[in-house]
Design a protein around this ligand. Structure first.
Ligand code: PAF
Length: 287
């Protein structure tokens, strides 16, 4: 595995691999099995796998956890090598953003709901860093976990609107044995919160059951999920939403592909989770 820290070296490397298919796995590091499942899929479908590790300051708000976001570059480098990444790109903030931001990406679709509501500028920051990484790496495929389903939908819009020639692959959320979605932020949970956090998936399954039983009204499903969360966790429920997917628009009936999405704020960790379902309540795990 080659570790690259500069944009110039990365572009040169890409230039020398012109005819290869490249699977790109963008990450913010502190790698867990969710990331590794993306690499494994990328390996199956491409000649080379490029992973980036970059905690992108542009996607963190002023009161968010940029400074204390968990980082372990040495361990991540070992893990990336073990899992078979070919090129690991680990730039510094200065390397990625050498100048004051003179260009700003503004997104008008899919950002006024779910996490976009409480994290203004977050998806614009994601779009900026991904646009740069897509230009530098020129991947043929890019791999994302569907735990961040809103991000995946917005990246789709980005790729479509900016004409990136990249096939996006959305892969199933990887979970702990008790159902908690793997996330770098799980390390912030206290012991009690960690136990309570299992109710996130269970609450979504309550919603899924409603859809499977023929419930069509998003408000009824939302209410059932909210009630379950309220009785099983002390975390602050930030949102419980039922929208269509990938459009992320409000709907009056669940007669189409939907997402049931939740966010719960614990003391030091804000957790998100979701299920994407067809109109019969069957889970769509891969997109
Ligand atoms: O999902 C993430 O880890 C980040 O948002 C991403 C896609 C690496 C961009 O910084």
């Amino acid at each position: 595995m080659e570790v690259i820290t500069t944009k110039k070296a990365l572009q040169e490397k890409r230039h020398n691999k012109k005819n290869k298919t490249i699977g790109f796995v963008p990450t913010m590091g502190f790698l867990h099995e969710g990331h590794l499942s993306l690499v494994n899929q990328a390996k199956k479908e491409n000649d080379l796998v490029v992973m980036s590790i970059f905690v992108n300051p542009l996607q963190f708000g002023p009161n968010e956890d940029f400074e204390r976001y968990p980082r372990d570059e040495e361990q991540d480098t070992r893990t990336a090598k073990e899992v078979g990444v070919d090129i690991l790109f680990i730039p510094s903030v200065q390397e990625m953003y050498p100048n004051d931001q003179a260009i700003h990406i503004s997104i008008t679709k899919g950002t006024d709901v779910l996490c976009g509501k409480s994290r203004p500028g977050h998806f614009e920051g994601v779009a900026m860093v991904l646009s740069k990484l897509f230009h530098l790496i020129a991947p043929t495929h890019a791999y994302f976990g569907l735990k961040d389903a809103q991000q995946f939908a917005i990246v789709h819009t980005l790729v479509q609107h900016l004409d990136f020639q990249i096939t996006l692959v959305g892969l199933p959320t990887v979970r702990e044995a008790d159902g908690l979605a793997k996330s770098s932020r799980n390390v912030y949970l206290s012991k009690t919160e960690r136990e309570e956090a299992t109710s996130l998936l269970k609450s979504l399954q309550v919603g899924q059951q409603y859809v499977q039983n023929g419930e069509k009204l998003p408000s009824v499903i939302q209410e059932a999920v909210t009630q379950y969360l309220q009785t099983t966790t002390n975390g602050r429920i930030e949102y419980v939403s039922v929208l269509n997917y990938p459009e992320l628009a409000n709907i009056s009936s669940t007669n189409e592909q939907i997402i049931i999405a939740i966010a719960v704020q614990f003391e030091k960790a804000r957790l998100i989770d979701n299920l994407i379902l067809d109109s019969y309540g069957k889970q769509i795990e891969r997109i």
